[in-house]
Design a protein around this ligand. Structure first.
Ligand SMILES: O=P(O)(O)OC[C@H]1O[C@](O)(COP(=O)(O)O)[C@@H](O)[C@@H]1O
Ligand SMILES: [Mg+2]
Ligand SMILES: [Mg+2]
Length: 328
């Protein structure tokens, strides 16, 4: 046979998902299709993000979401893109979105529920800084055909079937887990494909980067201030993009800790448990890292509200343990 000399482009996301599905003889293909629907929505969103400075995408809409935050145009575009792709794909029975007060009911015959942050890092949209999309996937507890109820949605993070994010940065990457390790795929625009570039990502147990908005230093509780001082004494690098996905991803690859603590202004922290903290906690743990709210493992927290907030300590295992040692 003639020798193949063309450089391989690597494994595409679709092929990777298909190959993985073969490991699960009972698999129906629903989850595989759902992951591909999310990837498709993010490919289209990537195109919108790349032109975020242009008039029809730029600026806020003058509306406020249930969090009381001004909705940026791209927040709503991202929300629409994701909901459209998930609805057309038909593999979800309900969607919980940061940008919608209520649950969106879709195909009641399906097994899966998606909780999502369609556009993470909204304050960075108009200034060309990296932003992301975050998603969590759960299997409903009620039977297909029955009405979806809050119990189906308000499940602990440890019940996630899959979770991931897409980072729209210097390159666009999709990183996800189904509970069997973490893999990263870089978007190849000329092919329109996500290609496996980071196989079986392992988070370094130690790091030299800490990510926290020190502008809130005076409103942080003493243990947080002491940990920040410890990081300074260790001459760690302070890195804070202000987009959770970007800060988390950098620390996942290089080693580091991201902290969004509770404070006088934010008694429960800022980030949302269902579609920010839980998803990244699953990725962190699957890559050997750790995620806590300061006293409880994030994935063990029983959610009580769709949009509830939680303090977040996440990243390299030994750094999170060290930070928590100041709180105990
Ligand atoms: O400006 P602050 O208070 O540091 O908050 C920044 C954090 O808020 C967020 O922007 C919240 O996410 P959204 O942009 O999805 O609302 C995170 O991405 C980021 O880490
Ligand atoms: Mg967010
Ligand atoms: Mg958001």
């Amino acid at each position: 046979m003639q020798k193949i000399i063309a450089p391989s482009i690597g494994t595409t996301l679709d092929r990777f998902i298909k190959n993985r599905q073969l490991h699960f003889p009972y698999a129906t293909g629903e989850l595989s299709q759902l992951l591909q629907d999310i990837a498709l929505a993010c490919k289209i969103l990537n195109r919108d993000v790349n032109k975020a400075g242009l008039v029809d995408i730029n600026g806020d809409l003058g509306n406020f979401n249930i969090q009381g935050e001004a909705q940026q145009k791209l927040d709503v575009i991202a929300d629409d893109r994701m909901i459209r792709a998930l609805t057309n794909g038909g593999q979800v029975c309900a969607i919980l979105s940061e940008e919608r007060d209520e649950l969106i009911e879709v195909n009641n015959e399906s097994h899966y529920i998606v909780a999502m942050d369609p556009l993470d890092g909204s304050s960075n949209i108009d200034v060309g800084v990296s932003i992301g999309t975050i998603f969590s996937i759960y299997r409903r507890l009620s039977e297909p055909g029955e009405p979806v109820n809050t119990k189906d949605v308000l499940q602990k993070g440890k019940n996630q079937i899959a979770a991931g994010y897409v980072l729209y940065g210097s390159s666009t990457m999709l990183v996800y887990t189904t509970g069997y390790g973490v893999n990263g795929f870089t978007y190849e625009p000329s092919l329109g494909e996500f290609v496996l570039s980071h196989q079986n990502i392992r988070s370094p147990e130690n790091g030299k980067i800490y990510s926290i908005n020190e502008g809130g230093y005076r409103s942080f509780e003493n243990p947080i201030r002491e940990y920040i001082n410890f990081c300074k004494d260790q001459k760690y690098s302070a890195r804070y993009v202000g987009s959770l996905v970007s800060d988390f991803h950098r620390n996942l690859i290089k080693g580091g800790i991201y902290i969004y603590p509770k404070s006088n202004q934010a008694p429960h922290g800022k980030l949302r448990l269902m579609y920010e903290a839980n998803a990244l906690a699953f990725i962190a743990e699957q890559s050997g890292g750790m995620a806590s709210d300061g006293c409880t493992r994030i994935m063990e927290i029983q959610p009580i509200e769709f949009h509830q907030r939680s303090p977040l300590f996440i990243g390299s295992k030994n750094m999170v343990i060290k930070a928590l040692s100041y709180i105990d």
